[in-house]
Design a binder for this molecule. Structure first.
Ligand code: GDP
Ligand code: MG
Length: 162
């Protein structure tokens, strides 16, 4: 069976942009409005000749009071259905309480969790990414999903975890 890689995180951290970057085409819906990706969408992806299914998640309403619960539900679904979880954080914002709540769940997961420090658009952004070590998910992988910076290195880490 083809392994499943799930992309999890708060609205607007750049999950769909990352999915598009990995797919190399604009398949996942990206918008400035948080919560624009409805439910879960799966795509076929390959890297270095290896196939995997990439699962984008979303479906949250902007400023929904249940945001933390919704992100937690996505994290739990991913833990139960994916072979690897990419937990995406906006490094320009840093870890929020919602991120920390999701991490508490993910740290109990039996699947590898890779911490993606997204929106590291330039070298200065690397400093922000280092602050995410505090989440306790290991080394943050700095990526600019928008520009592609670091995405090849991230995919190498993903394949190593599969
Ligand atoms: P999602 O809600 O987590 O799926 O986030 P989206 O992929 O829809 O992106 C939300 C916003 O963040 C959009 O305006 C993206 O263009 C922007 N964004 C995503 N990745 C990056 C990045 O690496 N750098 C910057 N500067 N912006 C990004
Ligand atoms: Mg999205």
């Amino acid at each position: 069976p083809v392994p499943v890689v799930a992309v999890v995180g708060r609205p607007n951290v750049g999950k769909s942009t990352l999915v598009n970057r990995i797919l190399g085409r604009r398949a996942a819906v990206v918008q400035d409005v948080p919560g624009v990706t409805r439910d879960r969408v799966a795509y076929d992806a390959t890297w270095n000749g290896r196939r995997f299914t990439l699962m984008d998640t979303g479906g949250w309403e902007p400023d929904a009071s249940g945001l933390q619960a919704a992100v937690a539900a996505q994290a739990e679904h991913a833990m139960n259905h994916a072979d690897v979880v990419l937990f995406v954080v906006d490094s320009t914002v840093g870890a929020t309480a919602t991120d920390e709540a999701a991490v508490r769940l993910l740290r109990k997961a039996n699947v590898p969790v890779i911490l993606v420090a997204n929106k590291v658009d330039d070298e200065r952004g690397e400093i922000d990414a280092l602050g995410l070590w505090n989440l306790g998910l290991g080394e943050p992988q700095p990526v600019s999903s928008l520009h592609g910076r670091g995405s090849g290195d991230l995919l190498d880490v993903v394949l190593d975890a599969l």
